[in-house]
Write a protein that binds this ligand. Structure first.
Ligand SMILES: [Fe+2]
Length: 314
């Protein structure tokens, strides 16, 4: 159609889209065009602002590599990743869910580790942490034989893949749930960490006056055919950034019960200095298709420890 005014351009795009054969594609693209055009109308987007927006999108691509995905980071920083997670889990957002963000640091082929074993694979200073996790279905029946990947940052705030000082696969492990649906392991208490701010995400955070910290957490990925793969994180309520996670991942349901133990209590292993910590958590897996996500990274970064600056919220 020949466009007479600003309203016609939306109609023209939508009428062309009507030719698309795939109905779901048509639905998504039509809604995207309507919202995108209405967004520009609502804020009266100037030509300069439009050019700046295009620059942001180009920069997302330019800052993405094999070991870093700036688009995922932007999606998280806008709360979009958590929105998608909550819309698609917990009976489509009707009930609480243990599902959470995958994040950028899951690796495949974590070392198989026996229950009760340790995922500390090279000297890692920090307080000991003993983790007990149970997996059951929606009816409370234990799930035996689920493979559970664990990964976490060190008490210094680095994942092993970022940090040449840590051994390959340090603070990562793959466990199998026993007849009671349980796994257990020893680790060290994770710390919060900053997300990179050398790209468009950093520019956006500065403009919004936000910090770039994620609160401390443990990552879980539980896989068993017949169940939807459960991707989860358990957050530390004592972390100073628990209320303001830069990725908006913290849901009430996933705040963990980290218990601090002082010197008078006996630790579950020999040679554990005080204070040490323990945590117990029960996860619910929903029935569904077991699928593994595409690993965001494939190996260890080389060279120096990264220097990721901390932004202060203003
Ligand atoms: Fe993480």
């Amino acid at each position: 159609m020949i466009i007479e005014d600003e309203k016609d351009v939306t109609k023209a795009v939508l009428s062309e889209l009507a030719r698309a054969k795939n109905p779901r594609f048509r639905e998504i693209m039509s809604a995207l065009v309507r919202h995108l055009h209405d967004f520009a109308r609502e804020v009266k987007l100037s030509e300069e602002e439009f050019q700046a927006a295009i620059g942001y999108i180009v920069a997302l691509g330019k800052h993405t590599t094999e070991t870093h995905n700036e688009a995922v980071l932007m999606s998280g920083s806008l709360g979009f990743s958590t929105l998608i997670c909550l819309l698609n889990n917990g009976n489509r957002g009707q009930t609480e869910t243990d599902a959470n963000l995958l994040g950028p640091f899951w690796r495949m082929h974590s070392p198989a580790t026996a229950n009760g074993g340790s995922i500390v694979r090279s000297p890692t200073p920090g307080p000991a942490l003993f983790v007990d996790a149970t997996f059951h279905d929606a009816d409370g029946k234990p799930i035996e034989g689920a493979e559970v990947d664990i990964w976490q940052s060190s008490p210094e705030g680095f994942y092993e893949n970022q940090d040449p000082i840590q051994a390959d696969m340090n603070l990562r492990g793959k466990f199998t749930t026993d007849r009671a649906g349980r796994i257990s392991f020893r680790s060290v208490k994770p710390a919060g960490y900053p997300i990179p701010i050398d790209g468009p995400v950093g520019e956006m955070l500065r403009a919004q006056g936000r910090h770039n910290m994620r609160p401390a957490h443990l990552h879980f990925l539980a896989y068993k055919p017949g169940f939807k793969t459960l991707i989860s994180q358990i957050y530390d309520p004592d972390d100073p950034h628990i209320e303001t996670d830069v990725q908006f991942g913290v849901t009430r349901h996933l705040i963990g019960q980290y218990v601090r133990h002082d010197g008078s209590e006996r630790a579950p292993a020999e040679g554990v200095g005080a204070p040490w910590y323990s945590i117990e958590h029960t996860f619910v897996m929903e029935r569904g298709a077991a699928r593994l996500p595409r690993p965001p990274i494939t190996g260890k970064a080389e060279g120096e420890r990264p220097q990721i600056p901390h932004l202060e919220a203003v």
